[in-house]
Design a protein around this ligand. Structure first.
Ligand code: NVA
Length: 214
């Protein structure tokens, strides 16, 4: 198999079209499916059942948000994404994700972190500036003001809500140091779960091949 972590999603798609072996997306500017598999595993560990959970993603409508939207819909979760104006999930992603909501899941977009977080089972955030966007970081810091997971937002979520972060975290930007510390056991389990869930992915993709069984 080939595992590709790159910027340009089209490059990965073109590579996969010509490949004769499995190609695993380890992050592109469009999606981050392996991360979301680990997130689902972590949510299952924490909350036992994915179906019916309300997850609030606070931040950029980016690669992580796209994959989370696809996966949440497929798992019957209620995903609320709160982004600043101009950073919302792309309409075509929203449309595709909603088409997967067979198990009764839903996706709601808002510009209000409080609206998204109220009564949520989990809050999730990611960096404000993703890889390849470094030149925009000053502008983004300004635009994302108020989209931080801190105590005021935690108070709006359920009292047993957990916090997820795909890491690396920028303490003091998208998450406060206090919240990061409080939920570090969940967040570091989430990072560890990348290993377990991606072993599962390899079995799924290659478990029947002779080379894999040797
Ligand atoms: N959105 C982030 C995810 C990092 C795991 C990035 O693309 O840089």
């Amino acid at each position: 198999a080939v595992v590709i972590r790159t910027f340009d999603h089209d490059l990965l798609c073109r590579f996969a079209q010509h490949a004769t072996i499995p190609v695993i997306n380890a992050l592109t500017d469009f999606s981050h499916p392996c991360q979301i598999l680990a997130d689902l595993m972590t949510l299952k560990e924490q909350k036992k059942e994915l179906k019916g959970l309300t997850v609030a993603f606070i931040g950029d409508g980016n690669n992580v948000a796209n994959s989370l939207a696809f996966a949440s819909a497929k798992c019957g979760m209620h995903l609320r994404i709160a982004s600043p104006k101009g950073y919302e999930l792309m309409p075509e992603v929203l449309r595709e994700a909603r088409s997967y909501a067979a198990l009764g899941g839903s996706i709601t977009l808002t510009n209000s972190p409080v609206e998204a977080a109220t009564g949520a089972d989990a809050l999730y955030t990611d960096v404000w500036t993703s890889m390849g966007q470094e030149e925009e970081s000053r502008e983004r810091r300004r635009d994302f003001e108020g989209f931080q997971i801190g105590e005021p937002l935690m108070k709006k979520a359920k009292s047993d809500a957990v916090v997820l972060h795909c890491l690396p975290a920028h303490r003091g930007e998208e998450i406060t140091a206090e919240v990061m510390e409080r939920f570090k056991d969940v967040i570091f389990d989430e990072a560890e779960n990348r290993l377990h869930v991606q072993k599962g992915l390899m079995v799924l993709l290659m478990g029947r091949s002779k080379a894999f069984q040797k």
